[in-house]
Design a protein around this ligand. Structure first.
Ligand SMILES: [Zn+2]
Length: 255
């Protein structure tokens, strides 16, 4: 039976660890040190490393982890600039990992970066910096069209899918979400819950696809109230969901 927990790294990164009794897989190890110390403490051997995109806070630990666990296999996007990837993956690829035993599919989700991929099955989504609770990644490399399309693909995953994001950005995202969607009761309830969690320094993740579809403005650019609010805040008019998404992303960048 697998278990999943977060290894905190840097200021607000989470390195997700999925493991059985003996073997562990980690997602986006930006730093090897906290990973090694947790695995030592729990007497786990690292067998797999999954990478979602090229940013250093997601890849910086690959080299040291491969040195410490020479048999660990590294999966990631087909981006030659990421050093240490053993198997490059693209849309539709499937991973059948043995120990820990888990099946994952690959989806390409360009937007935050163009090389971004996510790993998922019916219960789990490791979404890197594409989707955050109540928010999404900054649009460093993509366009609103491609990023919006990527997020819509995630929104259509099964509702029960648990969403494992790579950063604890939830409260900052909620401050913006409630600014553009102030009358959303589910959002306001989630905001109270998250404030309580963070006041005790507790993690707010994982979320679920069902929850994100209710509270995340970047998945709700088709909601008439969000369109109306963002047009008013930004003093512009929008002709499509993509334009609403672009206005939300640009408003959040300066929020
Ligand atoms: Zn990133």
């Amino acid at each position: 039976m697998n278990n999943i927990f977060a290894i905190p790294a840097f200021n607000d990164n989470y390195i997700w660890c999925l493991h059985d009794d003996k073997h562990a897989m980690v997602v986006d190890p930006g730093d090897a040190t906290p990973v090694k110390s947790v695995l030592d403490e729990q007497q786990l051997t690292l067998t797999y490393i999954l990478i979602t995109h090229h940013h250093y806070d997601h890849t910086g630990g690959i080299e040291a982890l491969k040195a410490a666990y020479p048999d660990a296999i590294v999966y990631g996007p087909k981006n030659p600039s990421i050093v240490g990837i053993d198997h490059g993956l693209s849309e539709g690829d499937k991973l059948s990992l043995q120990a820990p035993n888990v099946e994952l599919q690959i989806m390409e989700t360009p937007g935050h970066t163009m090389d971004h991929i996510v790993y998922f099955n019916e219960d789990i989504l490791f979404c890197g910096d594409t989707l955050f609770s109540a928010g999404c990644g900054r649009m460093f490399e993509g366009t609103p069209e491609v990023f919006h399309k990527s997020l819509q693909k995630l929104a259509r995953l099964p509702e029960r899918t648990k969403v494992y994001c790579t950063h604890e950005y939830t409260l900052a995202n909620l401050a913006f979400a409630t600014h553009v969607d102030p009358n959303n009761q589910a959002l306001n309830e989630y905001h109270s819950w998250a404030k309580e969690k963070r006041s005790h320094s507790q993690i707010t993740l994982p979320s679920t696809i069902a929850e994100q579809n209710k509270i995340n403005p970047f998945l709700r650019s088709d909601a008439p109230e969000i369109k109306q609010n963002i047009e008013k805040i930004m003093n512009l008019s929008t002709q499509s969901d993509v334009e609403v998404f672009a206005a939300l992303r640009s408003c959040k960048d300066n929020f």
